[in-house]
Design a protein around this ligand. Structure first.
Ligand SMILES: Cc1ncc(COP(=O)(O)O)c(C=O)c1O
Length: 354
């Protein structure tokens, strides 16, 4: 089914100034909503004015945390054309995540049609200045009202849109990172590999404490406080003299779409990119020996976020003298050029707005 009923708002909002967007501060005029019930399938797909969603207070999302989301972007290219970056990747990740969360995943056509039609309706909200985009947040929640722990027999799929600028106030300036040894984001067998709301609930306290100490994000370690997992809401890359390392997808880190694209671009350049377990001890030794040249995070929101300073056990280590490294700059320029249409899309990452 992709029969989508549309009700347009009678009170369109004023557009926010594009130099004041920040990240996630504004929502567009409309949202997409579709429902699923066991025995009934998907039904009632609608685009309607952005508004609160009425919900049974017993809904499983409130009590048992059945919530999963995605994050991706649409861009307005120089010629005015609107494109999506890797929406199939996000759909696929949502399907895998839904299986882990015992939620029903929307089929590809519902996901794509909902997104396409919603973005079309709210097209005027897509900013065009450099480093801006329309952030797309597809979300799945368990909506059945009951008490007693079991999966919800009903799922709601909705999509909301937010015009965004740079994720960190500072743009893509190098960030200071806190290596976290008290709190854990995820553990083997847990939810770390899927974009479950619960992972973010688990991360809030560490991020808050790090911010109070002046750090932008947290570097997450594994249960042994050795293996590096990811950084805040990004995957992480370390550029050593002889190899570039990003933690392997070990089941407790998110399979980032940007990570995947960056690995591919590095391979295209025949650079020595390795996906493997990497420890904090190795990173600190690399810094001591001058062999760790750069580090950066990758994610939809910030694209590439250089790491200028890493705190570990009472010491702040400067990386590349706190400056953005050459590889970070090159990769940032390349990913954003593919998104903006300035470089050809040789990997089929771009989907046009229909
Ligand atoms: C925990 C976490 N890791 C990594 C990423 C990067 O994933 P992607 O590149 O698909 O945005 C995100 C999302 O943005 C995230 O929330």
């Amino acid at each position: 089914m992709t029969d989508i009923q549309t009700t347009l708002t009678k009170t369109p909002k004023a557009l926010p100034p594009s130099d004041k967007l920040g990240f996630g501060n504004y929502f567009t005029d409309h949202m997409f909503v579709a429902k699923f019930a066991e025995g009934k399938g998907w039904y009632d797909a609608q685009i309607l004015p952005y508004s609160p969603i009425p919900m049974d207070p017993g809904a499983s999302v409130f009590h048992y945390g059945q919530a999963l989301f995605e994050g991706m972007k649409a861009f307005r290219q120089a010629d005015g054309k609107v494109v999506f970056f890797r929406p199939e990747f996000n759909h696929n990740r949502m399907v895998e995540g839904a299986a882990r969360m015992c939620l029903e995943a929307p089929p590809l056509d519902l996901f794509m049609e909902g997104m396409q039609q919603l973005v079309k309706v709210d097209e005027r909200w897509i900013p065009s200045e450099p480093n801006t985009a329309l952030y797309i947040r597809p979300t799945l929640i368990g909506t059945e009202g009951f008490l007693g722990v079991r999966p919800s027999k009903e799922t709601m799929f909705f999509i909301i849109l937010s015009p965004v600028g740079s994720y960190y106030g500072e743009g893509s300036k190098p960030v200071k990172i806190w290596t976290e040894e008290t709190y854990l984001r995820a553990a083997p067998g847990g939810l770390g590999a899927v974009k479950a709301g619960a992972n973010y609930a688990s991360s809030l306290k560490a991020a808050l404490e790090a911010k109070k100490k002046g750090y932008a994000q947290v570097l997450w370690l594994d249960v042994e406080h050795q293996g590096i997992e990811e950084v805040g809401t990004m995957n992480v890359f370390f550029v050593f003299k002889n190899e570039i390392v990003t933690p392997a997808l070990n089941g407790s880190i998110l399979n980032g779409g940007t990570r995947d694209a960056v690995v591919q671009l590095l391979k295209d350049k025949k650079l020595p990119i390795v996906e493997r377990r990497i420890t904090i001890t190795e990173v600190i030794e690399g810094l001591q020996k001058g062999e760790l040249l750069e580090a950066f995070g990758t994610g939809t929101a910030a694209v590439i976020s250089p790491i200028g300073e890493l705190h570990y056990r009472g010491k702040d280590w400067l990386i590349n003298n706190g400056q953005t490294g050459d590889l970070s700059k090159t990769i940032y320029a390349e990913v954003t050029a593919i998104q903006s249409g300035k470089l050809p899309d040789t990997h089929n990452w771009i989907t046009p707005l229909a």
